[in-house]
Design a protein around this ligand. Structure first.
Ligand code: ADQ
Length: 489
């Protein structure tokens, strides 16, 4: 199959991520449906313009080599997407296993588990082998499309071996790596059996980026303590060669929300929702169903609040949208059952024939549905136990220009460092404190709400996803020029 962008278009930005921004579904022979993938990475990069961008990633479907695979490749080429095909066994060991059960957990401060029920072939050793194999496949596909001058931006913890694999093939390639999750304290990270291999591979990138200064600092400490390298204010130095490490806080695209809120269908939806919920305050949670999002903790805090303030029972409701993700992973299935159980208990106890306290939906929402929900909400609850940044909090602020709703935000989300001034910060493990924060948010004066919202609104409109991408790419280009100059002299 031919590469998506013609030769004459010049250097491109190649974004390599585990998943393409669209997931493929089979329609009929040779025909495919493409659905936008859910999640922060796609939301952020989707709003970025001004680059000649090509995506490389897994299309979310298993296909043997042959006519159908070629047809899908052609369909994706029209969207500037290049698929990396993986087989089911590799995805299970690499993605469900090493990426999600090991790295995702550890990077969010959930210690490694030993599970005696795992069969011999699902142990970490096999997962690690599959991880390396998957990274090699990404490198092979990328090299088939790479042209000298392209900038390669590797995304996230799924592809930590990629910088080394790419540089081994082309030492002059401009390679950046950005981590969307936290990077944990080196005391947590050093439990990882392959801690050295991952650090050494990532350090081959020209530029390494994190959401916050703290994550960058943890990474540099891991390199100094585990690899014995030297940490400098600019990054990590190995034998006189510097790998630049810095913070690039992500943002979103506020203008797309502002535009959506002016559409007549969205305005109609807002009017209908307001009518439906009239006389009651609306609180909202929007999360991928993931243990790091603290959904059970949020529900328990709401239960505590209702218990302590029965006068609010029929005057407030919580809309919790929890889009299922990683449905194959057993821990996620357990989380789903636990969430349903708590929702059932609260609704059973505090509901009445005319009022249901929690509206729990576990499905994907369209962008316009989400905008309407954000706009009618009085209080947003973001209670992550750990979160790289958390774009839901940004999106909520973007949609509240008119009402100045209150954001209750976990101090363990990266966003606490950027939106902390305007939000009510909470420790999601402290249920009493969160219940008090809910009361504070529901009863806050309009003057205070407006002042807090203004502060956060200024932040999200200044620190957009466009600024994030522009800054990272321009610094990557600069880093590369500096490295070239150093090798010449
Ligand atoms: P996520 O863990 O996916 O991202 P977040 O940053 O909040 O978390 O982004 C979620 C995105 O998915 C938002 O744009 C939201 O609108 C969308 N979304 C959530 N639920 C949805 C639903 N039911 N229907 C439709 N859309 C839904 C990871 C890290 C974060 C980091 C981002 C970006 O875990 O910490 O902020 O990457 O780097």
């Amino acid at each position: 199959p031919s590469p998506p962008a013609p030769e004459e278009e010049g250097p491109r930005l190649i974004v390599v991520a585990n998943r393409l921004p669209v997931s493929a579904g089979y329609a009929s022979e040779g025909k495919w449906t493409l659905q936008l993938s859910a999640g922060g990475l796609v939301s952020a990069l989707g709003g970025v313009q001004g680059f000649n961008t090509m995506w490389v990633g897994w299309p979310g479907i298993f296909l043997p080599a042959g006519r159908e695979r070629d047809a899908l490749t052609q369909t994706l080429a029209a969207k500037s997407c290049v698929p990396v095909f993986l087989d089911a066994k590799t995805v299970d060991l690499y993605y469900n296993g090493f990426c999600n059960s090991v790295l995702w957990s550890l990077f969010h401060y959930v210690p490694l588990q030993t599970d005696s029920r795992l069969s011999e072939t699902r142990t970490l050793q096999f997962q690690w082998a599959a991880y390396q194999e998957a990274n090699r496949r990404f490198a092979d596909v990328l090299m088939r499309h790479y042209r000298v001058g392209d900038v390669v931006w590797v995304q996230d913890y799924h592809l930590m071996m990629l910088p080394a694999l790419l540089k081994a093939k082309s030492v002059d390639m401009k390679v950046g790596w950005f981590l969307h999750t936290p990077f944990p304290s080196s005391e947590i990270y050093r439990a990882l059996p392959v801690r050295e291999e991952l650090l050494r591979a990532v350090l081959k990138a020209d530029l390494i980026g994190f959401h916050t200064y703290d994550y960058a600092r943890h990474f540099v400490s891991a390199c100094t303590r585990i690899l014995g390298l030297e940490g400098t204010p600019d990054g990590v130095e190995d034998n006189g060669v510097l790998t630049r490490v810095a913070a690039f806080p992500i943002g979103m695209d506020p203008s797309s929300f502002a535009t959506a809120l002016k559409r007549s269908d969205v305005r109609n939806n807002i009017a209908q929702l307001k009518k439906r919920f009239a006389g009651r305050k609306v609180m909202l949670g929007v999360d991928r169903l993931d243990m790091i999002k603290g959904i059970p903790q949020k529900l328990l805090a709401f239960e505590k609040f209702l218990d302590e303030h029965p006068e609010w029972c029929d005057k407030v409701l919580l809309v919790q949208i929890a889009v299922p993700s990683r449905v194959e992973v057993p821990e996620y299935q357990q989380l789903r059952s636990m969430t349903h159980e708590i929702v059932g208990r609260i609704n059973g106890h505090y509901g009445s024939l005319t009022h249901v306290p929690i509206h729990h939906l576990d499905r994907h929402m369209t962008f316009h549905e989400l905008c309407a929900l954000y706009a009618i909400t009085d209080v947003a609850l973001v209670t992550s136990l750990r979160d790289g940044m958390n774009l839901v909090s940004y999106e909520y602020v973007a949609c509240q220009a008119a009402n100045a709703g209150v954001l209750v935000l976990s101090e363990f989300a990266g966003a606490a460092q950027s939106l902390g001034a305007g939000a009510i910060l909470v420790n999601p493990w402290n249920i009493n404190d969160m219940a008090a924060a809910i009361r504070n948010a529901l009863t806050m004066s309009e003057t205070e709400r407006r002042q807090r919202h203004r502060q956060n609104y200024m932040h999200i409109t200044a620190h957009t996803s466009q600024v994030w991408a522009d800054t990272f790419i321009s610094e990557l280009n600069d880093t590369h020029v500096e490295a070239e100059l150093r090798t010449k002299h």
